[in-house]
Design a protein around this ligand. Structure first.
Ligand code: ZN
Length: 416
């Protein structure tokens, strides 16, 4: 097992053109005493939509690391992969996010469920966990129900893990995450305990786990939900993880992974408090926030670049249904709040930047337009060289946006 550093931060680089600007944020953070490990994450779905390959993400990251003289660790995350999609990630990646969401709810072999229950009498009854006030009360029916919900998924995770080990020729040079965030129902802390016991039974050296938390994690915009409830759940999950590490011999580096969908500013403070209180590590994934900063940078640059940003919006509006379809569960767009293409066409740089920049205190900020553009990166991919050339010609202004967004809005609030 490759040991995962304590704080790892996922940056998606959809078009593999801003690895330098992203790495710069880590360099600036380090100068402020914030020690976080860059982790370039790009999911199979994003590669498919853009028509890119994982090796391109690796090449861009390696180049940035060489050019900027980064001597720290860095990771390449095969984000949300499964047995069918993992192969092209094996060579370039050293962090694998095993997505088992599709198997949640698929019942396991009844004999396996029975064996799990008889192996874990300690999970039945009143279970006291250090750091959680009320003991969990888990009945035999609860554990059976949870096993039927999740056991199959952990078996699937094992199959993917073994496939990677076989292809890599060993277990030494990668980090394993299991993700369950892209599913309908949040997992409760007692369920998390049962799931971790099942993962330990499968002998998967899991170092990060991404549950689905309560509330909505819509793409590109702030958390929608009860922050106090999130805080309790997050703290309880940390306590469960600490307990499971001891009880089941899971790696001591095991930590929570928050797949944020970018920009969940209102939960950063509770997360920061919890980390300070417990000393726990964290993996956080952002992705689309970086692509949106590219569009903001182009809009700010004005001229042809602003026209291109307007064209991207007009096309995204026209193809809204198709763009939103794969992300239906993680966006809430009110059509009546989307400006028309004709209206946006009249906008100045400043108007476009104000509408798209995630600054809730600015009355011109438009969360609906932001979500649409967040899922609209396919439009830029279809523009091909025209988009990439615009990134090139405006790389200074775009790069500044990408760096300062990561540093000021994400890293400092979470880790400073
Ligand atoms: Zn995710």
């Amino acid at each position: 097992m490759k040991e995962c550093p304590k704080y790892t931060f996922g940056v998606g680089d959809r078009f593999a053109h801003n690895a330098h600007a992203q790495l710069q944020a880590f360099i600036d953070a380090k100068a402020l005493g914030i020690d976080i490990t860059p982790t370039w994450n790009k999911s199979n779905r994003e590669h498919d939509i853009i028509g890119s390959e994982p090796q391109q993400t690796r090449d861009a990251a390696d180049q940035a690391v060489a050019d900027l003289g980064w001597t720290g660790e860095y990771l390449l995350d095969a984000d949300h992969i499964n047995l069918e999609t993992v192969d092209r990630f094996i060579e370039p990646c050293n962090f694998f996010t095993l997505d088992v969401a599709d198997d949640i709810g698929t019942a396991a072999d009844p004999a396996d469920v029975a064996a799990f229950i008889s192996k874990h009498p300690e999970l039945i009854g009143s279970i006291s966990i250090e750091g959680i006030d009320q003991p969990f009360e888990i009945t035999q029916e609860d554990i059976e129900q949870t096993a039927n919900q999740f056991l199959k998924a952990t078996q699937k995770a094992k199959a993917i893990y073994q496939h990677i080990v076989a292809a890599k020729g060993g277990t030494d040079d990668f980090v394993t995450e299991i993700s369950m965030d892209e599913t309908d129902n949040p997992q409760t802390p007692p369920e998390m305990l049962i799931i971790l016991a099942a993962i330990a039974d499968q002998d998967i050296p899991i170092q990060t786990i991404a549950p689905k938390f309560t509330g909505r994690f819509n793409k590109g915009v702030d958390y929608v939900g009860d922050v106090a409830q999130f805080e309790k759940e997050f703290n309880d999950d940390l306590a469960v993880i600490a307990h499971a590490i001891k009880a089941y011999g899971l790696p001591t580096t095991l930590k929570l992974s928050v797949h944020s969908g970018s920009d969940k500013f209102s939960i950063y403070e509770p997360i920061k408090k919890a980390l300070a209180r417990t000393g726990a590590g964290l993996h956080i994934k952002t992705a689309g926030t970086n692509w949106l900063e590219e569009v903001i940078g182009l809009a700010e640059a004005g001229g042809e670049a602003l026209s291109l940003a307007k064209e991207i919006y007009a096309n995204a509006l026209e193809k809204k249904a198709a763009l939103c379809q794969p992300y239906a569960t993680v966006i809430d767009i009110d059509d009546s709040r989307l400006p028309s293409a004709a209206e946006v066409d009249q906008w100045s740089s400043q108007q476009y930047v104000a509408a798209l920049t995630h600054d809730p205190s600015n009355p011109s900020y438009n969360a609906h337009l932001r979500q649409l553009l967040h899922v609209g990166f396919k439009i830029a991919a279809q523009l091909g060289d025209q988009y990439l050339e615009a990134l090139h010609s405006n790389r200074e202004i775009v790069g500044k946006k990408v760096t300062s967004n990561l540093l000021e809005r994400h890293m400092k609030p979470l880790f400073a």
